[in-house]
Design a protein around this ligand. Sequence first.
Ligand SMILES: [Zn+2]
Ligand SMILES: [Zn+2]
Ligand SMILES: [Zn+2]
Length: 315
Amino acid sequence: MVAIDIYEAEQKIIDVLVNQSVSEIKPVLDRAQVIRYPLIEDVLGLPGPEVLNILTQLYELGSLQRRLYFRVAVCPKCGVIDPLLISISCPNCNSVNVFKKVFVRHVKCGYEGLEDSFSVGSCPKCNVKYTRSKDFIKKIVFECSDCGKQFKCPGITYTCRSCFTSSSIGSVSFMDVYSYSISRLNLLKVALISRIKDLFTSLGYRVETPGYVEGISGLKHRFDIYASKQNNSVRMLISIYVFDKPIDERAIMNSFAVSFDIYPLQSIIIAIPGISESARQFSQVLKTNIIEASNIEQALEKFKNFINQNIKQII
Ligand SMILES: [Zn+2]
Ligand SMILES: [Zn+2]
Ligand SMILES: [Zn+2]
């Protein structure tokens, strides 16, 4: 079980990516053949499997993007990653007791025999010097010591170093391993949070990003920005959504549900690139504070206007 809130993990990971200029979270395959992300293990203080689980969740939430970094073979029996020894095998009886034979034919005299018989440096039949020319044609044949069959192409067998199960290529599984980076949309969100934080700080607010407010129910609610004056005379809670399409009514309904729990505090939603038609209908009924904008600059401008209209007298 992951003993960390996914949003808390997200924040820590994004802080590292943005503040330490890490462009990509790269995987490593450790000595025990386990895929790990050491940087994030350090940041979150969690073991490898939990970190992988969190990175996958953040990818599914759209917070991180990923790209295929490498693809590893997995033993179909024991599941160990990349444990496979590759060996040739007999296509007739599957034995790995297969050896290679090299035959040479001397075109001019017609002699054909194992390459070893040319070891003296000339054709054993006519004594012409053995050279790497088209007068001598090589033929490679594999032979099985167990069943005696000869064949041109041996089978390939993959044997697990861990459980020693042998598999054909068809039954070996493969696993995609990804590197992760912050998604373009999330980067915009981080930039907007930073700009709003600067704005509040310049107005003398104390700012937490993210900030948590405990509701009447005892639940802790998370907001992207929680700005307050020292004496708590003004408190502003802001949730920011940056998507590639208008946000739907779920965000509005969620905000509405939370508003009961944190009453009399109110929250503001900033939505880039805006909200859907059904979300707008909900927001009108539920009287949600929403700032819609097509980009960061517009969002910031509209937000400043909102502050001026609503709380100028108490700044
Ligand atoms: Zn195995
Ligand atoms: Zn010859
Ligand atoms: Zn055989």
